[in-house]
Unconditional design. Structure first.
Length: 293
């Protein structure tokens, strides 16, 4: 019952608003007691909210990115080479992917109170990502999440700060990018949404449209590097050029190559898993305005 209730909230387009309502009635921390310690737990001045308020604001940010408003439109434009809306239709372990990303955003800082320490007169939270993933592992199972879904949420918590670490030694090497992709089991876009939401929630009202645009550009950079560094890796392609020529009546050349690239990218992102899905996507790609021009 708890799993169904929480996932119902997290699947909603206004999940942040519904989570606050659930929390006001005591329902949220009844389902996830580990969040109670975050209530009123102050953070350094960089942060606009306490830990729990920050977590709610992060879910608000995910809602905005997934939605059809200005933020959602700008995000889709920034990563225009990714079929973002098709990605949102995925399920992992029988759970809609948007609900799992929101859950990752809600829980990404759950271990901050337990890891808080003063270093050189400053409040810090060393390794709160890995600590949070370990803390939440039994809770995710208790909520009824299957292993695949729980593993994804665990990675979103564990690695939510990893993108900044990836580019600390600029530019990131292909080897580092490949390790990053492997650690995430390929779920780079999900992590980057949580990373963006974390940044947005950190500044709260101070987060400007220019901040958002820069963060979207960073998301696109990491996605592109992940794609470029791993393009030659992964499973055998679901379809070949000959399959598309025979099945869709395509001839060789630029258009065939463009369709194959789109299909291969979708396969490596986990958006398609069978030959029939690959052919269906190829047909869909060909009907998109301007694609064949």
């Amino acid at each position: 019952m708890g799993r169904e209730t929480l996932l119902d909230v997290l699947t909603d387009d206004r999940a942040g608003e519904r989570l606050r309502a659930l929390d006001a009635g005591g329902g949220l921390t009844a389902l996830v007691p580990e969040l109670e310690a975050a209530r009123g737990f102050a953070q350094p001045e960089l942060h606009a909210y306490d830990v729990l308020g920050h977590s709610f604001a992060a879910v608000d940010a995910v809602d905005a990115v997934f939605g059809g408003g200005q933020a959602g439109r700008e995000f889709r434009e920034a990563v225009g080479w990714v079929d973002f809306d098709r990605w949102l239709e995925r399920e992992v372990g029988g759970v809609p992917l948007p609900a799992l990303v929101r859950l990752g955003a809600l829980l990404h800082d759950v271990a901050k109170p337990a890891t808080a320490t003063f270093e050189d007169g400053r409040l810090r939270f060393p390794r709160h990502g890995p600590a949070g993933a370990e803390l939440m592992a039994p809770r995710l199972a208790a909520l009824g999440l299957e292993s695949e879904a729980a593993a994804l949420v665990g990675r979103l918590i564990r690695y939510h700060l990893r993108p900044a670490e990836l580019v600390r030694n600029w530019p990131a090497t292909d080897r580092a990018v490949r390790r990053f992709v492997r650690d995430l089991d390929g779920e780079v876009l999900a992590l980057m949404v949580v990373n963006l939401a974390d940044g947005w929630a950190t500044q709260g009202p101070r987060y400007t449209r220019e901040h958002f645009r820069r963060h979207c550009a960073f998301v696109n950079y990491v996605l592109a590097r992940a794609w470029g560094a791993t393009e030659g890796e992964g499973p055998e392609p679901l379809v070949t050029g000959d399959d598309l020529i025979a099945g869709l009546g395509l001839s060789g050349g630029r258009l065939l190559g463009a369709v194959l690239t789109s299909v291969r990218h979708a396969q490596l992102e986990g958006q398609i898993r069978t030959r029939d899905e690959a052919l269906a996507l190829a047909r869909d790609v060909l009907t998109r305005p301007g694609f064949a021009e």
